[in-house]
Design a protein around this ligand. Sequence first.
Ligand code: ATP
Length: 443
Amino acid sequence: MSKIISLAKRRGFIFPSSEIYGGFGSGYDFGPLGAEMKNNIKKVWWDEIIKNHQNMVGLDAAILMSPRVWQASGHLTAGFADELVECKGCHKRFKKDELKQKVCPECGGKLTEPRNFNLMMKTSVGPVEEEATTAYLRAETCQGIYVNFENILNSMRLKIPFGVAQIGKSFRNEITPKDFIFRTREFEQMEMQWFCRPKEAIKYFDFWKKERVKWYLSLGIKKENLRIKEVPVKERAHYAKQQIDIEYKFPFGWKEIEGVHNRGDFDLSNHSKYSEKDLRYFDEETKEKYFPYIIETSGGADRSFLAFICDAYQEIKGGRTKTTEAVKEVEILLKLDKRIAPIKVAVLPLVRNKPELVKKAKEVYQLLKPHFICQYDELGSIGRRYRRQDEIGTIFCLTVDFESLKQEDLTIRDRDTMKQKRVKIKNLVEILKEKINVSKNNS
Ligand code: ATP
């Protein structure tokens, strides 16, 4: 894991938050490459959910909502709390279910009885800080969907079954944020809520479970690194009638990256009760009024980012190139799916001390820049530059050489096969679009 963390920092994927002040609360910032990659993940998720399914719409709800929402959802009560124990000696706190021993792991001191610790982050809304102004940063994005159920239904004239997708930040005052960006206090979720007839809930639960596994595999996650955990009744979230976790085999063990839940009518019936608004659905076909059941797919943009980067990371001892000095080195290859790789193309003049090559390469870079996220790089030997690009997962390297000046062409090198081919500069945009399939991704 430490190698991935160091690559992420060195190459501009992820930095510790507020680093010049010593970091803050195990938070992280996504650097230039990280921001591109995370946007790509969210875009691919959004496109897949919104475009590939019938009766699917999107939402972007506020982070701050009425505190009543969190009373209705159960987040302000014991349901959304971790059991903590405190060391009587050093006063450090630990999650009870993570402790293997009965004494403090830090100083060996005696521990208190477990107490519940609520994970909601509190803030104050308005200029006066008093009880009445207390609000909470949302702990999950889906509540914004439930409280807008009627608005969405009426404005979009939808009929059951239909789904609502949303991407956004969530906050949890995690006691033990850890494992890099796996568990943080501020994170982004990609959630979809599917409203359906109660008797069809089991069918749709099964459907969405398969769809979500397919999504990870389609983006290159290795089959052997992904599994489904059927969550037993006593471990399920308080609202879940059925629950599976999609788990990824991280370097620190098998861990959840996404949950699929059959939430029954828990959410709409509770919001009806607390808001005193009838959120039942009138089914024109059956002439019945009922609370739809909800199937939820709840994934994390940050956790899947970590899974994608772990899965793509390869070290090749002695290097892949057998013809150059790289033979002695360990080469890093980030074999990211082309849709999520942050840099699609790198433009490289063969050498940088020939002004005509540099000029041509810069022209090519300007030509491609409006179409793809690209980099221009002239520093170091060409072999070193290829390796630098492999390390960040750049899909194609374009090299402008002496022949380019005569023939108006260049070489295009494939990251995975390292094969090179000459192509005409005038055809470059079309060729790359086809290879990278940006039209599908960006339409
Ligand atoms: P865990 O058991 O790991 O705390 P959870 O079961 O509480 O997770 P859910 O409430 O089901 O998680 O949230 C859905 C998804 O949101 C998770 O699968 C994960 O991808 C993401 N997520 C939840 N908590 C965090 C966190 N603290 N940091 C990063 N991502 C998170």
